[in-house]
Design a binder for this molecule. Sequence first.
Ligand SMILES: [Zn+2]
Length: 256
Amino acid sequence: MEGTSNRNGLSNTFLENLPSALGIGDSDAENLLLREYGAVFVARGGAVPPDRVVFVNAKEVERFQTELKIGEENIGGFRLELQAPAMDALRRAIAEAESQKLSITPRGRDSARRSYDETIELWASRVDPALTHWVEQGRLTNNQAEAIKSLSPFEQVPEVLQLEQQGIWFAKDLSKSIIYSVAPPGTSQHLSLLAFDVAEFDDPLIREILAREGWFQTVVSDLPHFTYLGVHEAKLPQLGLKRSVSAGFTFWAPDM
Ligand SMILES: [Zn+2]
């Protein structure tokens, strides 16, 4: 499986399994996002992966979501929507959990499908306080902070990631990258209806059941977040994904 890798730092096996229609720019921001959130782009099992690394605005998200076959279900008191094959697999996992007297429930009402605007709110909830903090610390001028605020959320992403290369961090605790805190606008797997935030993520039996139905943790540091990949675990390396273990949790992310 040790293939060569290209300038993105991603393995050729992973790149070969991406949808042919996926447009990949060669900006540092897109490469970083593909490395950190990219597992969803090789989803199988009838899933439709997003057709761009970053959805630029609400209109693009709506266009993508409108074309999907969607499954709806009331789970844990919330009306949730996922791509139909992902929801089917989740229903099977829930049934299996119930047969073992366990349960699989969402963390909240935004645990499955999200709109672009919801992801913007989350982003701003990190960026705005961080800008205030770094101005107070003298690392940014007021003008720099105002300039970033005046950009569209899409345009803010590369600017923020650029500042982070200088140690000006935007995660909630201001000590690491914002991408480990919230997904930048237009990049959340929830926009693709292929992600589900699980309340019982801590239970290894639940993780096993979800994995048997094609649901895996794919974003290191986002523990409740599961991605529908639609294949058995043994097949994931063939898609160019690599297993890593962190604090007892197994993650599948693009091989580099
Ligand atoms: Zn999530």
